[in-house]
Design a protein around this ligand. Structure first.
Ligand code: AMP
Ligand code: TRP
Length: 333
């Protein structure tokens, strides 16, 4: 196995699809961890545009969203001096290894993926949608990733990645490292504000179901104000009897750093209204600096960052792919 870098740091890779409605679920479930782990890990932050097209995309919107998400990653605190920020489609090794991994993957394994089962209802069955997890496995394995911070919906895909790494290694000799998911229990499944039984989702038809990272303070306050609550009036954590308030409390806790018990104590003699008011303040306080940094970034500066990221990512990905192809018996160039 080729070490991805000379540094001894563990390698973190994760990805996010380019989309306009980047929300607090994406932030708390994934990106916030990438930013925090820059201190201890070598971070590869990928914009998964090839994954995005498994649901048809308008070209100009895809283009705009790719740059927009890159800007957001920077605004959230990813530091291009420390981390590699890159666009998936700019590294051909991903699709190439993805193809090789497809030839090791029984269709049945792909068909039983929860995300495939859910999405195929909405979009019709596209081959790309079915094969999405093998491409994701390639993303992860190319960088010898140790750890992949994601929300709960991606765990199954990382399990498949491990299976494929083992399979390839068993057949062709030790090549890939088996990665582990990193899932923060409290924020791995941020629920929709209009329905605590559904995951907060970019594709929801109701914008009041999510808080976008770029929502104006007034919009945030309004959305929190109309977020559904449970019967009763106590701010108490109980996932079964109070799923809506519990979701809001987890969000409060993640943005403020205050524990759930402390939140209960803080609002013990207060109702939902005051809690929601405070939650909106906490959120606006956390998102405003991100939004300010976002506005200050130019398209040119983002493109420069992505170009640098492409170069750094390609070096590692190409090296791993070359080794894998050699082991599998392909002619060297
Ligand atoms: P995507 O929007 O599918 O590109 O997701 C990007 C990252 O955000 C992935 O790691 C997802 O698991 C995570 N994520 C998406 N929605 C949520 C949510 N509602 N709660 C927690 N994490 C989420
Ligand atoms: N499939 C992920 C999502 O929709 C995005 C993604 C693509 C990813 N490649 C990845 C996440 C590799 C982690 C590792 O959220």
């Amino acid at each position: 196995m080729i070490p991805a870098e000379k540094s001894k740091k563990q390698i973190l890779l994760s990805g996010v699809q380019p989309s306009g409605n980047f929300h607090i679920g994406n932030y708390l479930g994934a990106i916030k961890q990438w930013v925090e782990m820059q201190k201890t890990h070598r971070v590869f932050a990928m914009i998964a545009d090839l994954h995005a097209i498994t649901i048809p995309q308008e070209p100009e919107i895809l283009y705009k969203n790719t740059l927009g998400v890159a800007k957001l990653l920077l605004a959230c605190g990813l530091d291009p001096k420390k981390s590699v920020i890159f666009v998936q489609s700019q590294i051909p090794a991903h699709t190439e290894l993805g193809w090789i991994l497809n030839t090791l993957t029984p269709i049945g394994e792909l068909e039983r993926m929860t995300q495939f089962k859910e999405k195929k209802e909405k979009a019709g069955v596209l081959a790309g949608l079915l094969n999405y997890p093998t491409l994701m496995a390639a993303d992860i394995l190319l960088y010898n990733s140790d750890i992949v911070p994601v929300g709960e919906d991606q765990i199954q895909h990382i399990e498949l990645t491990r299976t494929l790494a083992r399979k390839f290694n068993a057949r062709f000799g030790e090549t890939f490292k088996e990665p582990k998911e990193y899932v923060l229990k409290e924020t791995s499944r941020v629920m929709a504000l209009d329905d605590p039984t559904k995951k907060m989702s970019k594709s929801s038809a109701n914008p009041a179901s999510y808080i976008a990272l770029l929502d104006e303070p007034e919009t945030i306050r309004k959305k929190i104000q109309i977020a559904v609550t449970d019967s009763g009036k106590e701010v108490a954590y109980d996932e079964i009897t109070k799923p809506a308030i519990s979701n809001l409390m987890r969000i409060y806790s993640a943005f403020s750093g205050i524990g759930l018990k402390e939140i209960e104590a803080k609002f013990s003699d207060k109702g939902y209204g005051e809690f929601k008011h405070d939650l909106a303040d906490v959120m606006v306080g956390a998102l405003t600096p991100i939004q300010k940094r976002y506005s200050a970034l130019t398209e040119a500066s983002v493109k420069t960052v992505l170009k640098k990221g492409q170069k750094a990512a390609a070096k590692i990905a190409d090296r791993t792919l070359t080794e894998a192809k050699k082991k599998a018996g392909f002619l060297a160039t």
